[in-house]
Every structure is written in structure tokens, then in C-alpha cells.
Design a protein around this ligand. Structure first.
Ligand SMILES: *[C@@H]1O[C@H](CO)[C@@H](O)[C@H](O)[C@H]1NC(C)=O
Ligand SMILES: *[C@@H]1O[C@H](CO)[C@@H](O)[C@H](O)[C@H]1NC(C)=O
Ligand SMILES: *[C@@H]1O[C@H](CO)[C@@H](O)[C@H](O)[C@H]1NC(C)=O
Length: 513
């Protein structure tokens, strides 16, 4: 009896231990009640010009950065230059309204030399097969014939001439014939309306990301400028501030080039890895956890400036090679920081955009990326960002369910669609309590992945809102996003736009944690 009772107690104890081990295994966190209250270190290791515009101040000829989109109206035809059919054919100057076919996107070689990409992704160039001078848009990769200088009228930012590598300016001879044969030395017309080589220039879009800033400064200056930025934009005392103001985690956006530090592919420059090392060191010192977030994947997963794109194209995931390269970046980061006491989670990719990124491609990458993290750590959570754009909020569940320590990242902004244009303060707040709550409920399941509101901000479309309005708005988001099973992260710690600057919001009493 005695023996058997001891033995059954031992048995119960073992079951208890087993259950406990299983539970701990399922849930990488030791404390199931812990919730991430994070702030992103946005604009630090992945440049975003709107966060810190002054970073671009010293770039020569900075109107023409990679990805700048512009349109050209011929002063003689009074019509827009256009790649017929959007590319793959001739170039004309007969379009009355500028749209996609009339928009040219810059690839910058240096402050004087540019290549110009059209809608269908070919490059403007001289046609050697035809008359030798006509302008076409047929080359898929740019060379000498596709390289131009853009010459501004002195003292006038609106008028330009475009010089080809044959030494001649482009001219709109007629609405249907654009050629590169206007003598460069001819200044007799003085940039007037009778000069077929003069075009009125209009910028239609700009990108201010890591590619733009590094390629803009060029190989000699970019390393100095970026290292200075990394050293000064985020410093040790920021971690002290974070730890003393109710936050417990930082989400650190990084770019894929960090994995080939110290000599990443051009134009990116080395040194961001040492900055990330510092972040881990400071995090440890102040008891802050770290989420590494692959914000910029090779080829760009969304075409936005914060993805490291050159010209707004979305090329990520188009080849197996590219996916493998991305998995290698994750593996590099996981292996480097797996044993670090502050590593809390690895986010495999930020904001992949639908339909450019298909759900099947994403699932394939997520499976491989998860395995790459798990080869180095059982403890760190793995965060899977939901696609933006058309998608189903639970579309990742099939690949994620059953993966230990998995988290879905959703981003809730009340800014980027027209739905919010006319909302009042109260409507915004109601939207959070009803619509965001409902969206959160839709992805939250009792034994599925945890949910992370990985980006939100107390900014909206409301004009002239008072401080008290902002306080209520922020509090509503904290209430609702505080229920997310993994936690939330504010975008971002520091920003010239004060409501996007959590440090400013806390110091000025707009947000209290
Ligand atoms: C512009 O010129 C091209 C080439 O002649 C022609 O095919 C096209 O229809 C013209 N477009 C307009 C809007 O006139
Ligand atoms: C310079 O431009 C004017 C006006 O278009 C033209 O009359 C003249 O022939 C041009 N000179 C040369 C050298 O091409
Ligand atoms: C918010 O939810 C309400 C009620 O379900 C719905 O009628 C409304 O369209 C939603 N608003 C937006 C902007 O999606």
C-alpha cells in the first residue's frame, strides 16, 4: 500500500512535470501573463526620410534620388513625354494628361548620371537599330545608351534638358518623334518656349529610404554619414528612458544588408551590425527585451521606402534564390543573438504586401524562416507579419498552427485609407473600441498563435485636435491593444513629427503607461 501510494504520487508528480514541460515548451515565455509593451526604433538602422529629413540635407543634386518619379512636358508640343504602351516601344510627346505611361523613375549612378525607368520597367534609351537617334523604352537592363544627365535651367527648378551620352540633348521634334540630336552647345534659345529640348519638369513621387540616402551620398560620404546617424539617433540613455516609462521591449527594424556587415552590397554601408550589438548591450543593462524585425527584405517586400527599395518595385519572393537569401539573413540574426538574454522575438519580415507577395510564397518563406530561428533557439518567439492589402486575417494559420512560440503581427493605423478622412474624435475612438476589437477577436484563438499589434500610433486625420483629444485617443488604443495576447509596439520612439514620437508623447503628457 505504502509502496504503491508513493509510486502513484511519483507518477502524478511525473505527469505534473511533463505537463509543465509541455506547457513551457508550447509557450516560449516563462510568464504567461507577460505582455510586450514595446516601442519601435524606427528610422535608425533602416532609413525613413520622413522620420529624420535632415539625414538627406547634405546630398548633392538631391532632387534626383533613386526612385524619384517625374513627368516631362515638352514646351514646344505642350504635351507630355510618354513611353508608348508604358514601355517596350517608342517614346512620344503627345499625351495631354500625365499618368503612369508618362512617369519616369530615377536610377541614380552619381550626382550627374541617371537612368530612367518607365512603367513596364524598361529603361529610356537611344535606339541604335533604327535611325540611331530616336528615343525608345526597350532595354531591360540599362547601359551607356540608357544613361542621361539632367540639366536644370539655372535658377529655375521647373525647366530641364536631358543630355544623352552621345553629347546631344533630347528634343521633341514632333508629337510623335523624340530624338537625341539637339546640339548641347546651342544656348541661343535661352530655355524659351520655342526650344524643343526644353521640358517642364514635375516630381510625382519620391522615396527617402536607405537606398536613396546611401546611394545619394555615394561610396565616400555615405559610410561617414550613416555611422554618425547610427551613433547619435539612438543612444544608451534611450534604453534608460524606455525602462523607466512603462515600456519593456524595443522592436528594432533592420535591413537585409546587416547580414553581410561590414561590407554589404553597394550602395548599403557597413556598421549597422555594431549598432544592433549596442542595442542588445543597452537592453540587457536596463532590463529591456529586444524584438529583431526584418523590415527590409532583399528585393523589397512592399515597394515602400522603409523596405530598402531602389525604385518602388516589389521583387521579394519572386525566386527561390531570393527566399533562400532572406532565410540566410534570419539565420544569421538568430545565430548571432540566440544566446543573448535580451532576445525576445524574431520577426521574419515586415508588412509583406498583397497581391505582390502571394500567400503561398509567404508561407513557404515563413516555414523556412521559422526553422532557421529554431535551429538556434527554442526560446525566442517567432513573429509572422500578416500581409497588408487584400488578404484574409487568418490566412497564415494553416502554416503556423502547431509551431511553438508563434505570433501573428497586425498593424492598426487610422490614417492610410479614405475611411478615416472625415471621422471625428469620437468616431475614431468608437472605431477602436468596436472595429479594432472585432478585428483582434477575429485573429485571436485559444490555442493558436499569439497576437501582436506590432505597429500603432496616436495620430489620425482629425484636424486641430486638442491635447485631451489625443490623450483619449491614445488611451483607447492602449485599452484595446493591451488585450492583444502577445502585446503591442508603438511606432516609433523618435520622429520629427511629434505624435509619431513616443518620447515626445510621454514627456509632454499625451501618453501615460
Ligand atoms: C501618340 O503617337 C503615337 C505614335 O504615332 C500614336 O500611336 C498614338 O495614338 C498617339 N497618342 C495620342 C494620345 O495621340
Ligand atoms: C540653335 O537653335 C536655334 C533655334 O532652335 C536654331 O535656329 C539653330 O540652328 C541652332 N543652332 C545649332 C548650331 O544647331
Ligand atoms: C466599423 O464597423 C461597423 C460595424 O460593424 C461597420 O459598419 C463599419 O463599416 C466599420 N468601419 C470601417 C471603416 O470599416
Amino acid at each position: 500500500m505504502l509502496f504503491s501510494s508513493i509510486s502513484s504520487n511519483t507518477w502524478l508528480l511525473s505527469i505534473g512535470l511533463l505537463v509543465c514541460i509541455t506547457i513551457c515548451g508550447c509557450n516560449a515565455s516563462v510568464d504567461p501573463n507577460f505582455r510586450v509593451r514595446a516601442v519601435a526604433l524606427g528610422g535608425w538602422l533602416v532609413t525613413e526620410g520622413w522620420i529624420k529629413p535632415s539625414l538627406f540635407d547634405g546630398i548633392p543634386n538631391k532632387d534626383f534620388l533613386d526612385g524619384t518619379q517625374f513627368q516631362l512636358k515638352s514646351v514646344t508640343t505642350g504635351k507630355y513625354l510618354s513611353a508608348e504602351f508604358g514601355g517596350g516601344s517608342i517614346v512620344v510627346a503627345n499625351r495631354t494628361t500625365p499618368s503612369s505611361w508618362e512617369t519616369f523613375t530615377v536610377w541614380r549612378l552619381n550626382e550627374k548620371a541617371f537612368q530612367l525607368r518607365v512603367f513596364q520597367k524598361q529603361f529610356l534609351g537611344l535606339d541604335l537599330n533604327g535611325k540611331g537617334k530616336a528615343l525608345v523604352a526597350v532595354a531591360n537592363s540599362p547601359g551607356v545608351l540608357e544613361t542621361f544627365e539632367i540639366v536644370k535651367k539655372p535658377g529655375n527648378s521647373k525647366r530641364v534638358r536631358i543630355k544623352a551620352t552621345n553629347g546631344m540633348f533630347l528634343q521633341a521634334k514632333t508629337e510623335e518623334l523624340v530624338t537625341a540630336d539637339y546640339p548641347a552647345g546651342n544656348t541661343t534659345t535661352g530655355w524659351g518656349d520655342d526650344d524643343p529640348s526644353v521640358f517642364v519638369f514635375r516630381i510625382a513621387g519620391k522615396l527617402l529610404g536607405e537606398y536613396q540616402v546611401t546611394n545619394g551620398y555615394g561610396p565616400l560620404r555615405a559610410p561617414q554619414v550613416m555611422r554618425e546617424h547610427w551613433k547619435t539617433f539612438i543612444v544608451e540613455s534611450d534604453f534608460k528612458f524606455i525602462s523607466e516609462n512603462g515600456l519593456n521591449t524595443v522592436r528594432v527594424p533592420v535591413g537585409w544588408w546587416i547580414a553581410s556587415d561590414p561590407s554589404p552590397p553597394k550602395p548599403f554601408v557597413g556598421g549597422s551590425l555594431a549598432a544592433l550589438d549596442n542595442a542588445f548591450m543597452w537592453a540587457n543593462k536596463y532590463g529591456v527585451k529586444v524584438i529583431i524585425d526584418l523590415h527590409a527584405a532583399p528585393g523589397s517586400q512592399n515597394g515602400w521606402e522603409h523596405s530598402g527599395t531602389r525604385d518602388g518595385s516589389l521583387e521579394w519572393g519572386k525566386t527561390d534564390e531570393n527566399i533562400k537569401q532572406t532565410v540566410n539573413v534570419i539565420e544569421f540574426l538568430a545565430s548571432r543573438y540566440a544566446k543573448h538574454p535580451s532576445l525576445y522575438a524574431v520577426e521574419l519580415i515586415n508588412e509583406p504586401l498583397s497581391p505582390g507577395v502571394s500567400v503561398d510564397t509567404l508561407k513557404k518563406f515563413y516555414k523556412a524562416g521559422y526553422d532557421a530561428v529554431r535551429r538556434h533557439t527554442d526560446k525566442a518567439f517567432v513573429i509572422f507579419s500578416n500581409r497588408l492589402g487584400p488578404m484574409k486575417p487568418r490566412e497564415l494559420f494553416p502554416v503556423i498552427s502547431g509551431l511553438k512560440g508563434s505570433v501573428i503581427d497586425v498593424h492598426y493605423y487610422h490614417l492610410f485609407t479614405d475611411d478615416f478622412n472625415k471621422m471625428t474624435v469620437q468616431q475614431n475612438i468608437d472605431y477602436i473600441y468596436s472595429n479594432n476589437t472585432e478585428e483582434l477577436n477575429r485573429v485571436t484563438t485559444s490555442n493558436g498563435p499569439l497576437i501582436f499589434v506590432g505597429e500603432w500610433v496616436a495620430e489620425w486625420k482629425v484636424k486641430d485636435a486638442t491635447k485631451e483629444n489625443y490623450q483619449r485617443y491614445a488611451k483607447a488604443q492602449l485599452d484595446v491593444f493591451g488585450r492583444a495576447t502577445f502585446g503591442w509596439s508603438y511606432w516609433t520612439l523618435r520622429n520629427v513629427n511629434k505624435h509619431w514620437n513616443l518620447e515626445w508623447m510621454i514627456k509632454n503628457g499625451y501618453i501615460k503607461l
